[in-house]
Design a protein around this ligand. Structure first.
Ligand SMILES: Nc1ncnc2c1ncn2[C@@H]1O[C@H](COP(=O)(O)OP(=O)(O)OP(=O)(O)O)[C@@H](O)[C@H]1O
Length: 248
């Protein structure tokens, strides 16, 4: 098996209702794959089936033996009034040495956050801490369920650039769920449009043009995607210009 995780004809029921039907999927090393789809189309359930948290009704989920997974769930069940530092949060349930916490935070773009209170973090900062937590065991596969929910567009774009950097440095594969199609698509190698079954999949531009995708999301995204790609390139040029100055 060359794929890290694979599903074969995965069919899954929740509460007596069919949520996923005949989903065939493979995640290959170093890929960034984004799952898009309307509310209730089974995206979270699909991710949860990949980590083994829900069982298929029929079909199969296969993970490479010994696969190291990092998972960031959609919702964090933490009482915000409970005092808790970032370092302590990273050490739940198992104690993590300070240098490992610091390394994971740096990798997630949250350097120096260790002593901050979780409740005081902004949405974007909290997402980075959650990412750091998922990176603690050096995952070969990183699964993120709507990691940029509630962030503004620059915040979303910055977070996805962080994900690309993590993939480049750690060499992990990334599977993420998102609603922010135009932002996320340009950072993805492959997009899967899920609506109980796989409607269409492929390179972001191909999916944005697909009839099935347009039937679900309308035709506006192609333009937004093109616009974002432009901004993305522009901002990278800008970054490089700064790097050039720094080194000069
Ligand atoms: N524990 C559960 N018990 C019963 N039904 C469930 C359960 N979890 C999910 N479902 C149902 O499965 C369907 C898919 O839910 P899921 O959360 O996977 O969708 P989603 O695409 O992630 O949605 P969203 O974009 O709103 O987050 C929904 O109809 C939901 O009500």
């Amino acid at each position: 098996m060359t794929a890290l995780i694979e599903t074969r004809d995965l069919t899954l029921h929740m509460g007596g209702q069919e949520v996923l039907r005949d989903v065939n999927f493979a995640l290959n090393p170093r890929e960034i794959v984004t799952v898009v789809g309307p509310n209730g189309s089974g995206k979270s359930t699909f991710l949860r089936s990949l980590i083994g948290a829900v069982r298929p009704h029929s079909g199969k989920v296969t993970r490479k033996p010994g696969l190291r997974l990092g998972y960031v769930p959609q919702k964090l069940a933490l009482d915000p009034s409970l005092p808790m530092t970032v370092a302590r949060f990273l050490s739940l349930p198992d104690r993590i040495p300070a240098h490992m916490c610091a390394a994971a935070l740096a990798e997630a773009g949250a350097e120096g956050y260790a002593d901050r209170q979780i409740a005081d973090l902004s949405g974007g900062q909290l997402q980075r801490v959650l990412l750091a937590r998922a990176l603690l065991n050096l995952p070969e596969v990183l699964l993120l369920d709507e990691p940029t929910q509630g962030l503004d567009q620059p915040g979303q774009a910055a977070f996805y650039r962080q994900i690309e950097e993590v993939r480049d440095r750690l060499g992990c594969a990334v599977l993420l769920v998102s609603h922010e199609l135009h932002v996320v698509m340009s950072a993805s190698d492959r997009v899967i449009c899920l609506n109980g079954h796989v409607c269409c999949e492929g390179h972001p531009e191909v999916v944005a043009q697909a009839e099935e995708y347009r039937a679900l999301f309308g035709t506006g995204t192609g333009g937004a995607l093109a616009l974002y790609r432009h901004e993305h390139t522009h901002s990278h040029d800008h970054d490089h210009a700064h790097e050039g100055c720094d080194h000069a």
